[in-house]
Structures are given as structure tokens and as C-alpha cells.
Design a protein. Structure first.
Length: 188
């Protein structure tokens, strides 16, 4: 039986093989609540962006968490850090940036797998992003997350709203893909 409330789950694939099956996250970070607070109360709130700067969130502008192709600035992201998650985290510990050079991974367009759907258990939606390793060497992924921006602040200001450390590091060989799926559910 699932407990009521807002929940997040993640799943990870290496190529077509599922490495981590639907696993509950404990990773909603402070920025998530500050964005939500601003939207629900129509009051400004303050969150720390991924650069460590405290920034005012304007309630007139939405949180954007889509993942444009070739961009590691927003959307689902990956990293190589393995420090335990705390609610005060404001970024991945060690983000792996977009590219095909040493230590980089290519960020494919993020897709919405399911628009919000409702059943007897509640409402949920899922987003997925695939990453391709064309760096010429194996890349080890240990953490995943979701970066969002506020359109009022500018494309350069991003916030980490979810962060999870994987149960075990995943080595992604050169030429292989790594796929992250996050599902957000409001359970009753």
C-alpha cells in the first residue's frame, strides 16, 4: 500500500536494460517547495540556485523543467557525485555536462512520457531523458536530478528541484545510452 502525498520515483536504464526499477525518491529539495509556494500563494519566495546565489522567485512566472536537446542547463541531468542527498542541496554534487569530449555526455531531448493521468490511486506524470556517451571512454554515473529555471530570472539561472544518488554507480561505455525516468505522483 502506498501512503498518500506527493511522491517521486525514478527508473534508470543502460541501453535497453533496466538497472534500477521504479524506486521511491526522497529527494524533493528546498527549491521545489519554494517554487510551489510562490505559485500557490502568489507571494515571492527565495531559493538558492545551482550557482549558490540566493534568488527571488516571482510568482508570476512558472517553473520550467523541460530538457532541450544539447543542453545540460535544465531538465533531467546526471552526475558523478555520491554525497548523500539533503533537502538543502542546490545542485548535483558533480554534474556531467553536455558534450562529446572527455568526461562529457550528450543530452538528448527530454520527453514527457505521460501527461497527468488519474486513477483510483491518484494522479501522476512521467518525464524521461536519454544521455549518449560519445566521449571515447567509459563515464560513471552516480547521481541524477532535475534542474528547472524560472522564466522571470533568465536562462542562466537554474535550480535543482530533485536529486538522487543511485544505489550503485553505473558505468556507461562509450557509444552506450543511459536513460532516466522520473515519475511525479500525487497519491490519495
Amino acid at each position: 500500500m502506498q501512503h498518500p502525498g506527493i511522491r517521486a520515483y525514478f527508473e534508470v536504464k543502460l541501453g535497453k536494460k533496466t538497472i534500477v526499477r521504479k524506486r521511491a525518491c526522497r529527494s524533493f529539495l528546498k527549491a521545489w517547495n519554494f517554487f510551489l509556494y510562490a505559485q500557490l500563494t502568489r507571494a515571492s519566495s527565495v531559493a538558492t540556485n545551482t550557482g549558490g546565489t540566493t534568488t527571488t522567485l516571482n510568482p508570476d512566472y512558472a517553473m520550467q523543467g523541460d530538457g532541450p536537446v544539447n543542453s545540460s542547463a535544465q531538465g533531467l541531468v546526471v552526475g558523478s557525485g555520491n554525497t548523500a542527498v539533503t533537502s538543502a542541496d542546490n545542485k548535483l554534487q558533480t554534474q556531467i555536462l553536455h558534450g562529446a569530449g572527455a568526461g562529457q555526455i550528450q543530452h538528448i531531448l527530454q520527453t514527457v512520457l505521460t501527461a497527468p493521468t488519474t486513477n483510483a490511486a491518484g494522479t501522476s506524470f512521467a518525464a524521461q531523458r536519454t544521455f549518449t556517451n560519445n566521449s571515447g571512454a567509459t563515464i560513471t554515473i552516480k547521481e541524477i536530478g532535475w534542474y528547472a529555471i524560472s522564466s522571470a530570472i533568465g536562462a542562466g539561472t537554474k535550480f535543482c528541484i530533485l536529486r538522487d544518488v543511485l544505489p550503485a554507480a553505473v558505468d556507461v561505455p562509450n557509444g552506450q545510452t543511459f536513460t532516466v525516468t522520473y515519475t511525479i505522483s500525487a497519491l490519495i
